[in-house]
Design a protein around this ligand. Structure first.
Ligand code: SAM
Length: 288
């Protein structure tokens, strides 16, 4: 086993993964512009779309189409080119390649063929929406597009319902209302949610509140533009399975065994997947 270095000299081909703006062209990084200028070929999800971006930045590199319908045919061609020393940059229509976009199969093939893969950091709607959601972004689950219907959707919503961290979902404006209605049904009225619309663009806006409030809002407003939905995880109180008196008893027993009250509270909170503050309040009879 050996590390594969990302630094590439001019004698070998490689695959650069280059994020592009999700709206605002100023979000293109210097490195992304330089890389697209310097590579021999750009594999683009939609060449006409990427051509506009290249024109804006006066980049003249050749383009080749690489999308979900020609992946199988293109991969051997691109791999062969890189094996002969050609440097290729892969881009999607917007945001980070492979994130609900083409790319993952090409990366896998490059890795299998010992071709260096050089990822560039950059725009993605997912993280941009998460950090402004007002929900705790410390841990999160990215899902992307939900299955549209059937058992797959039901099972997934049931799975997300149990998560304690926020989930990031991509959604088309035509399906936002239905998805929010499903959230009310599966997660209960009070679960918090944040909808990020048209990120980085002129009409960027956020709608934050309970799923019931958001559902009411969309009875009077039509969703427009591109959306990322960030749905909150279950709160500690919702997740709690042990009755309160059993939790208090557990804390007391640990204290009787010699632990300091704060240590006992922390241990019981961890064991039960609860917030420390919740167990603290319970034990000291504040709040609930
Ligand atoms: N690879 C992209 C990324 O890194 O974010 C995602 C591509 S996916 C095909 C497109 C979806 O991303 C849209 O349907 C929408 O849910 C979300 N999206 C992309 N740009 C957005 C924006 N400016 N504002 C809000 N959501 C956006």
């Amino acid at each position: 086993m050996e590390e594969q270095k990302s630094f590439v000299d001019n004698s070998i081909g490689c695959l650069f993964l280059v994020p592009t703006p999700i709206g605002n062209l100023e979000d293109m990084t210097y490195r992304a512009v330089n890389t697209l200028n310097e590579v021999n070929l750009i594999a683009a999800e939609d060449t006409r779309n990427t051509k506009k971006l290249l024109n804006h930045f006066e980049i003249e590199t050749d383009l080749i189409s690489f999308h979900e319908h020609n992946t199988a045919q293109r991969i051997p061609e691109l791999i062969e080119k890189m094996q002969t020393g050609i440097k290729i940059a892969q881009v999607s229509d917007a945001g980070t390649p492979s994130i609900s976009d083409p790319g993952k199969e090409l990366v896998k093939a490059a890795v299998e063929n010992d071709i260096p893969v050089v990822p560039l950091p950059g725009a993605t709607a997912s993280i941009t929406a998460l950090i402004a959601s007002g929900l705790n972004p410390e841990h999160f689950y990215f899902y992307g597009f939900l299955p549209r219907k059937g058992k797959e959707r039901t099972e997934l919503l049931n799975e997300i319902e149990k998560r304690i961290e926020p989930t990031i979902i991509y959604e088309s404006p035509y399906r936002v209302k239905k998805t929010i209605e499903d959230f009310v049904e599966y997660f209960g009225e009070n679960r918090q949610v944040s909808l990020a619309r048209e990120l980085t663009k002129l009409h960027e806006a956020f709608l934050r509140g309970s799923v019931q409030e958001v559902s009411e809002y969309y009875k009077e407003h039509e969703p427009k533009g591109e959306y990322v939905i960030v749905i909150a995880g279950k709160t500690a109180v919702e997740v709690k399975e042990k009755p309160n008196d059993a939790l208090i008893k557990d804390v007391q027993e640990l204290i009787d065994d010699g632990l300091k009250p704060n240590q006992a509270i922390k241990q019981v909170a961890n064991q039960n997947n609860l917030k420390k503050q919740f167990v603290y309040n319970l034990f000291h009879e504040i709040g609930e």
